[in-house]
Design a protein around this ligand. Structure first.
Ligand code: KIV
Ligand code: ZN
Length: 518
């Protein structure tokens, strides 16, 4: 049977990055884009080029690297934004500009302070200008979920005439119920009648993002916008893994539709994003949560032993989760076993990356009896997404804290020279971070500190994530991985400092000033 391809438009790097605490450095974004390409997403929304020089730079680098997916940048409906988007994606093999303006009465009156006619003119201008850079232009009616249908038809006619090839209908505030999204998509699809692809972008404020997206498919949408692990503004976006697995698992209902997604890359994608952002999916999250394939009760376990289909509607292997792979690495494992394991986990490393990762693995295996898949994922991800090592931790000594004054002696290398200093603090972490500040001369304000154990056992690796604002500039995330939580904390802080310095001058206008929200 001829199946309709539902295009998967992933916006983890744009809307997902707007999740509180999810900002990423350029290396991290490049690794995520490479993984999204392996996953088979049709369009990667790599960022919002006009938001900051850092965003522009990341989109430009992703555009040069990705060849199998279309690379897209978001742009408000202004000349400056469209130009920035066009320039940022210029080197991509397949490229798209995604421009938007709000179409609901509430947004036009209160946010834009523009009349509907002015909004149409601005949209037409942005789309025509975008066509000067690319042939593939998406237009979004922001807050479509609360927009007047007659007005959406009017603006849609105008932007299609100006060259838009995809019309996106975002439920920006996650207000609509499935039957309402279905009706909106049905009416708009019938109206557009093949002149453009109809897309949806459903936020999850009522927990309905995925249900609304599936209803949209049934009613004519041929592109779904979504994010890995459902990241995104506020309650997030519809989760890619849930949409794709619902279409696949319920192929009896969705027999006419398919996607280009390689579902075996779902679990590796989810882990990569969780490791990078430090935002772990809730344990009971569908498809990728820690408990998604765990069977706790005796009755369920008994059923599973007799026949897996009693309690399992998806095989973990279908999402790339190998529960049966018992090969655990340890200190006697050689380079070949290490390389083989990484290959199975979906990593393809250059010779140099493999060598450094193997060295780090050996150090880890000396201290940790069993090295699990999750340890390896975290270790390799941290190696591949590290900002340039401007400052490098050499050693850390701590004086304890039970009765005395917590203090830290830190030795750091910069430009080949070792700098040593010691300092005190309110607690051990505070002492470490203050001493690093003294050595570097940059004053960091710690906004968030999270520690998570990567695998199980007393010798588990600690994955520390910090969010720091240096010299009162926009916050930067840093990660540190070690069996010792204090060492991991020092590495995370220095990682954030290195990211900050490597993005110097590219942070300033991050996420634009709110007076220009069109
Ligand atoms: O939620 C929204 O409306 C958006 C648009 C920019 C597509 O993210
Ligand atoms: Zn959105």
């Amino acid at each position: 049977m001829n199946q309709n391809i539902i295009k998967i438009f992933d916006t983890t790097l744009r809307d997902g990055e707007q999740s509180p605490g999810a900002s990423m450095n350029t290396e991290e974004k490049i690794q995520i884009a490479a993984q999204l390409e392996r996953l088979g997403v049709d369009i990667i929304e790599a960022g919002f080029a006009a938001a900051s020089p850092g965003d522009f730079d990341a989109i430009d680098k992703i555009a040069q690297r990705v060849t199998c997916s279309t690379v897209c940048s978001l742009a408000r409906a202004t000349d400056a934004d469209v130009k920035a988007a066009g320039e940022a994606i210029a080197k991509a093999k397949m490229k798209r500009i995604h421009t938007f303006i709000a179409t609901s009465k509430i947004h036009m009156e209160h946010k834009l302070k523009m009349t509907p006619d002015e909004v149409i003119k601005r949209a037409v201008r942005a789309v025509s200008y975008a066509r000067e850079f690319v042939e593939d232009v998406e237009f979004s009616c922001e807050d479509a979920g609360r927009s007047d249908m007659g007005f959406m038809k009017e603006i849609t006619d105008a932007v299609i005439a100006a060259g838009a090839t995809t019309i996106n209908l975002p439920d920006t505030v996650g207000f609509r119920l499935p039957f309402e999204i279905g009706a909106m998509v049905k009416e708009m699809s019938a109206y557009v009648k093949g002149r453009a692809i109809i897309s949806v972008h459903n936020h999850n404020d009522l927990g309905l993002g995925v249900a609304n997206s599936l209803e949209a498919v049934i009613n004519g949408a041929r592109q779904i916008e979504c994010t890995i692990n459902g990241l995104g503004e506020r309650a997030g976006n519809a989760a890619l893994e849930e949409i794709v697995m619902a279409l696949k698992t319920r192929s009896d209902v969705f027999s006419e539709y398919t996607t280009n997604i390689n579902t075996k890359e779902i679990y590796p994608s989810s882990r990569l994003i969780a490791n990078i952002t430090g935002i772990e999916p809730q344990p009971n999250k569908a498809i990728v949560g820690k408990n998604a394939f765990a069977h706790e009760s005796g009755i369920h376990q008994d059923g599973m032993l007799k026949n897996k289909s009693t309690y399992e509607i998806i095989s973990p292997a279908d999402i790339g989760l190998d529960l049966d792979d018992t090969l655990v690495l340890g200190k006697h494992s050689g380079r070949a076993a290490f390389k083989d394991k990484l290959g199975k986990l979906g990593f393809s490393l250059s010779e140099e990356e493999l060598n450094t990762s193997f060295e780090r693995f050996k150090i880890l295996a000396d201290r940790k009896k069993d090295v699990y898949d999750d340890d390896l994922r975290a270790l390799v991800t941290s190696e591949m997404t590290m900002a340039p090592k401007i400052y490098e931790l050499i050693s850390l000594q701590l004086m304890d804290c039970s009765n005395g004054v917590p203090s830290a002696a830190v030795s750091i290398k910069k430009d080949g020279k070792e700098i040593i200093d010691a300092g005190i603090g309110e607690g051990t972490i505070d002492a470490i971070f203050k001493t690093i500040d003294r050595i570097s001369g940059y004053e960091g304000q710690l906004l968030e500190y999270k520690v998570k154990s990567v695998s199980e056992g007393k010798d588990a690796l600690a994955n520390v994530t910090v969010k720091v604002s240096f010299n009162s500039e926009p916050a930067i995330i840093g990660h540190g991985l070690n069996i010792d939580t204090m060492l991991a904390s020092a590495r995370a802080y220095i990682g954030a400092l290195n990211s900050y310095l490597s993005m110097a001058g590219k942070l300033k206008s991050r996420h634009c000033d709110s007076s220009k929200t069109i």
